[in-house]
Design a protein around this ligand. Structure first.
Ligand SMILES: Cc1cc2nc3c(=O)[nH]c(=O)nc-3n(C[C@H](O)[C@H](O)[C@H](O)COP(=O)(O)OP(=O)(O)OC[C@H]3O[C@@H](n4cnc5c(N)ncnc54)[C@H](O)[C@@H]3O)c2cc1C
Length: 338
């Protein structure tokens, strides 16, 4: 098969790499529109939401994360995979109670905060828990290395006659006439780089936001979610919201060094969407990774390649034909009612 991939964020980049590893003839290219993968903190974790429930299909996706990124680091000869536990700080009594009352994921453990440096750094009146199995991926390092690999193998550029084209165009798909019908609920996010001398770097910190250690006292700090902003430009309101949250939890002085923003590609149904277009079967989509591109792309890119090579069905929830039909039915229902 002659495969063309449009887009070189994490979705297009990992699909190109995994397809190429499996013997598929690949060409990949991107225009210079902003990629949210270049702004993302790159976190992955088995749990989601305030109640720390296990994420959709985390048992399938996480083992792929732990296998794929370290193998790729070795092959590319650079470092971008950073496993790191998370310290989750509850920000209200209600939040803690809700977590206590829910069935617990095995990777979440209660913790008594006795370490003096942590006690001096954080406000934790409602306690903390410890989450194993997460970490972060330095996406710019990974994407630059994969772009070099594609170029060195003549796999970078447009293909005038592909058998199949996969659109991995992130949030831009919502403006694309071909993929508008999927139904999108993209989410703008602001993220800061802050300097916090004295904050221990053995953890990712999660409260209503996250703090991710980068080295030399610098941390990525984010992120906001806003559904009414279409352009990936930093919002002053976003910075204000982030600072308010930081002051609630952090007991140390900080200095803001940078402010960036991006748009998360979120398809209605909130699960990634994969497969052909209903009317144009040689045009496929690999998108909708929301805030979990790092967790889901290795597993789902491999599943997509397996689907092409062995006809193994894609996970039911991701299938584009089903999803687009549902969205069309939904819109028809709304039109008929109104
Ligand atoms: C503030 C913030 C924090 C985040 N933090 C995390 C996190 O910690 N962990 C995590 O997993 N995810 C996080 N995310 C989400 C993450 O960014 C996405 O899940 C992921 O980057 C989506 O990757 P993608 O490849 O689908 O899209 P993108 O990274 O946006 O890439 C799209 C690609 O398509 C190209 N393109 C678009 N349109 C066209 C066109 N018409 N022609 C040619 N090329 C085109 C672009 O140039 C780009 O190369 C965060 C997002 C934001 C905004």
């Amino acid at each position: 098969m002659n495969l063309q991939i449009i887009g070189h964020g994490i979705a297009g980049a990992l699909l190109a790499e995994i397809a190429s590893q499996n013997g598929i003839r690949v060409s990949v290219w991107a225009d210079d529109s902003p990629a949210s993968s270049r702004v993302a903190a790159g976190l992955f974790t088995p749990v989601t939401g305030q109640r720390l429930s296990l994420s959709w299909r985390a048992d399938d996706a996480l083992p792929e994360v732990d296998r794929f990124y370290p193998d790729l680091e070795e092959g590319l000869g650079c470092k971008f995979f950073h496993p790191l536990p998370t310290l989750r700080v509850f920000t209200s009594e209600k939040q803690r109670r809700e977590w206590e009352e829910k069935p617990k994921a095995d990777c979440v453990h209660p913790l008594n905060l006795t370490e003096p440096r942590l006690q001096a750094s954080l406000r934790t009146p409602w306690g903390v828990v410890y989450i194993e199995g997460g970490g972060w991926v330095d996406l710019p390092v990974l994407l630059d290395a994969l772009e070099q690999r594609r170029k060195s193998r003549n796999e970078w550029g447009r293909n005038p006659k592909p058998d199949l084209t996969v659109h991995a165009t992130g949030h831009q798909a919502a403006r694309d006439p071909l993929w508008k019908a999927v139904g999108w609920r993209n989410a703008h996010g602001d993220v800061l780089t802050v300097k916090i001398p004295g904050l221990p770097t053995d953890f990712i910190y999660s409260f209503d936001k996250f703090l991710l250690p980068l080295g030399e006292d610098r941390f990525r700090f984010g992120a906001t979610y806003h559904w009414d902003v279409d352009d990936p430009v930093p919002q002053p309101d976003g910075r204000t919201e982030l600072e308010a949250s930081l002051k609630n939890t952090l007991a140390l002085p900080y200095e803001i060094q940078d402010h960036q923003a991006g748009i998360r590609p979120v398809a209605i149904a909130r699960v990634p969407i994969i497969g052909p277009h209903p009317e144009q079967p040689d045009q496929w989509i690999f998108n909708g990774f929301g805030s979990k591109g790092v967790l889901y792309t290795p597993w789902l890119a491999q599943r997509l390649v397996d689907h092409w090579q062995t006809q193994r069905p894609l996970p039911k929830e991701t299938q584009s034909l089903r999803r687009i039909q549902r969205q069309r039915d939904r819109l028809k229902g709304i039109r008929e009612k109104g």
